[in-house]
Design a binder for this molecule. Structure first.
Ligand SMILES: [Zn+2]
Length: 440
């Protein structure tokens, strides 16, 4: 099944599968139904009154003990990670997963049965483009149990994972680019495994009623107990990668990035989901509307242009909103997608160049200098920029508040200014600038 990486997909027709739930031991029938673009993946409890649905979203995560449980209100579905991993990795963005129990069939403990089901149903491209989360900066989550997940920029979705059992037994490593073909061949057949020392407490908690050597590998000491022999010498790390894919599907966007995972688990995977979701929200947040004073308190665009010689596309301040003292002021610049620099920086991933923020700081500082000098008959030249730091990306739709303060003015020819840019109450960049003045 070749899938276009840019379009959303759903399944072509309804397909169903029956089996046993792992944790409750009940019989369950699971049906995959096609769904519209932007629907995402939702679970439907056919066995409950009104057949409630649950969005497969991190906001609905309820439990991460051994398996991933999502829920809305009092309704729950358990162990969603294998079916979600299969749907996501095989390219399905939109589907309804209907079940007549609170958990999908465990099958043989792998995602093989779901891959077969998706292939039986077929996949169909939809009109809408896929939504992506592009990793721009390194992000990571760490847990007390030793799990560490790092997300690095990459133009593909890759996972590099290490797995190790108690006392570092069965330490394994694998790195893959997640594509439907790789998933089907390398990841989907890898089965759930448990270490014997972990099984007894689970049985005591009544958590694995449907569990047997049919649907999990049990590791006791150095021996591996399972119905059929290991499918890969490193089957455990492959299963960990399956769980990561399934848990990351809760982000609801396709990740373009490289996940480096050390001893991952559902809890750490969920933490990474939350971190990505927070970052995505921050990126799509429209700057809160603010009343920007005009008149005596500052300078309007016209007045700014009387002072500064800069013009389109190089005027980087829309307005001065306030002068605190003679040596301190705040300018504002609304960044729109129409800024010429977004055409090349970068197509598809618009980020305001840091040097343009430094230019904006320099222009606001120049306004202070011209005001102090009470003349515009001279031109200020940028001499140096020190302590320049770019802390966060500035995106189309952001409003930048540019703070400038003159710290030193040596005679009439040299001046220093401390500046920083603020977006949504966070400093996005800062610099110390030096200027010299020459007659026009
Ligand atoms: Zn699993």
């Amino acid at each position: 099944m070749a899938v276009s990486p840019e379009l959303q997909y759903t399944i072509s027709k309804t397909a169903s599968l029956s089996g046993t739930s792992l944790h409750t031991g009940e019989k369950v029938t699971l049906k995959l139904h096609p769904a519209a673009a932007d629907h995402g993946i939702k679970f439907r409890r056919k066995d409950l009154q009104d057949e409630p649905t649950i969005d497969a979203k991190i906001e609905n995560l309820k439990m991460v003990e051994r398996a991933t449980t999502i829920g809305e209100g009092a309704v729950r579905v358990h162990t969603v990670e294998h079916v979600l991993g299969a749907l996501w990795a095989m390219g399905v963005d939109n589907a309804v997963v209907e079940m007549d129990a609170n958990e999908p069939p465990i099958g043989d403990g792998s995602a093989q049965a779901y891959v077969d089901l998706i292939k039986k149903a077929g996949v169909t491209a939809q009109e809408e483009p896929r939504k992506f989360f592009d990793v721009r900066d390194t992000m990571h989550v760490e847990s007390k149990t030793g799990a560490l997940l790092i997300l690095l920029p990459d133009d593909k979705f890759r996972i590099s994972c290490t797995q190790a059992g108690p006392n570092n037994r069965f330490a394994q490593f694998l790195s893959v680019e997640v594509t439907p073909a790789v998933f089907e061949r390398e990841i989907a057949p890898a089965r759930t495994f448990v270490f014997y020392e972990d099984v007894k407490p689970l049985m005591d908690k009544n958590l694995i009623k449907g569990g047997s050597l049919e649907n999990a590998i049990v590791v006791r000491g150095e021996s591996v107990l399972s119905k059929e022999p290991l499918r890969f010498p490193d089957e455990f790390v492959r299963h960990k990668i399956l769980d990561i894919i399934g848990d990351l599907a809760l982000v609801g966007r396709r990740i373009r990035g490289h996940v480096v995972a050390v001893k991952p688990g559902h809890a750490a995977n969920a933490d990474l989901d939350r971190l990505i979701t927070r970052e995505q929200k921050r990126r799509s947040a429209v700057a809160a509307p603010r009343t920007i004073p005009s008149g005596d308190g500052g300078l309007d665009t016209d007045q700014v242009m009387q002072i500064l010689p800069h013009r389109f596309p190089f005027l980087m301040v829309d307005r001065i909103i306030s002068f605190e003292t003679e040596t301190k002021c705040v300018g504002v610049k609304t960044v729109t997608i129409n800024e010429p620099f977004f055409q090349g920086h970068f197509p598809g991933h618009p980020v305001m160049p840091g040097v343009m923020q430094v230019e904006a700081m320099a222009q606001v500082a120049s306004i202070l200098l011209f005001k102090l000098a009470k003349t515009t008959s001279r031109i200020g030249y940028f001499m140096s920029a020190d302590e320049v730091k770019f802390r966060k990306p500035v995106l189309p739709g952001d409003t930048i508040f540019i703070h400038a303060e003159l710290t030193k003015s040596r005679g009439e020819r040299l001046a220093k200014a401390k500046c920083h840019c603020v977006v949504n109450d966070a400093i996005v960049s800062e610099a110390e600038l030096m200027f010299t003045f020459l007659d026009k």
